[in-house]
Write a protein that binds this ligand. Sequence first.
Ligand SMILES: Nc1nc2c(ncn2[C@@H]2O[C@H](COP(=O)(O)OP(=O)(O)O)[C@@H](O)[C@H]2O)c(=O)[nH]1
Ligand SMILES: [Mg+2]
Length: 215
Amino acid sequence: MEVKVMKNILGENEKIAEENRKLFRDKNIFVVNLMGSPGSGKTTLLEKTLSKLTKKFSVAVIEGDLFTARDAERIERQNVPVVQINTAGGCHLDAAMVRRAAESLNLDEINLLIVENVGNLVCPAEFDVGENIKAVVLSVTEGDDKPLKYPLIFKESAVAILNKVDLLPFTNFNLEQARADLSTIHPQIKIVETSCTQETGLDDWCNFIISQVSS
Ligand SMILES: Nc1nc2c(ncn2[C@@H]2O[C@H](COP(=O)(O)OP(=O)(O)O)[C@@H](O)[C@H]2O)c(=O)[nH]1
Ligand SMILES: [Mg+2]
């Protein structure tokens, strides 16, 4: 019975996600669904790269969080249009939430929309929001076993950002193992290594986004 309910919810979400995709395509907007655990560095990655991306694109951001507008406030300081969604405890964004948030942006003036999903390695991967690509941030402090333990999010993502590599000397994270596991789960996945604090690898992330938008 519960399985059936879940199927219905996903079916309804899929319908709205397809409508979103059509809307974004008609408006010529490329959409990135940025996912990852709480604290992996999703907002910091945006803070450190929006100024580069805005040189190429007219960018807007949708921020998803359970509570507070803190991430939206951080993005606002980058002078990028931003809308905050509060899920009031919900563990992921769904297509209807993203549609409502998108409606409050000027879609005629945007060509890259980045949606920072609720911090979670499970649920966001199951809910299409009408994006072109999914991206997942995994920080090295979370452990190198996460790709094998949460394979769906890595299977679904076009790019995995291995963040906080500046902290590698203080962890037992095995970069080679993580890369091998990611490639086993998703052979085509692009892997970039970043340190948002040391500002390394950020061009790799930006260039990947640029290549995806132009392809
Ligand atoms: N050492 C280090 N800390 C980072 C890095 N990226 C983000 N952080 C820190 O990790 C914490 C969580 O970052 P935040 O961007 O809010 O994560 P989010 O919850 O995924 O959006 C903050 O204290 C950041 O300053 C990094 O590359 N290296
Ligand atoms: Mg955040």
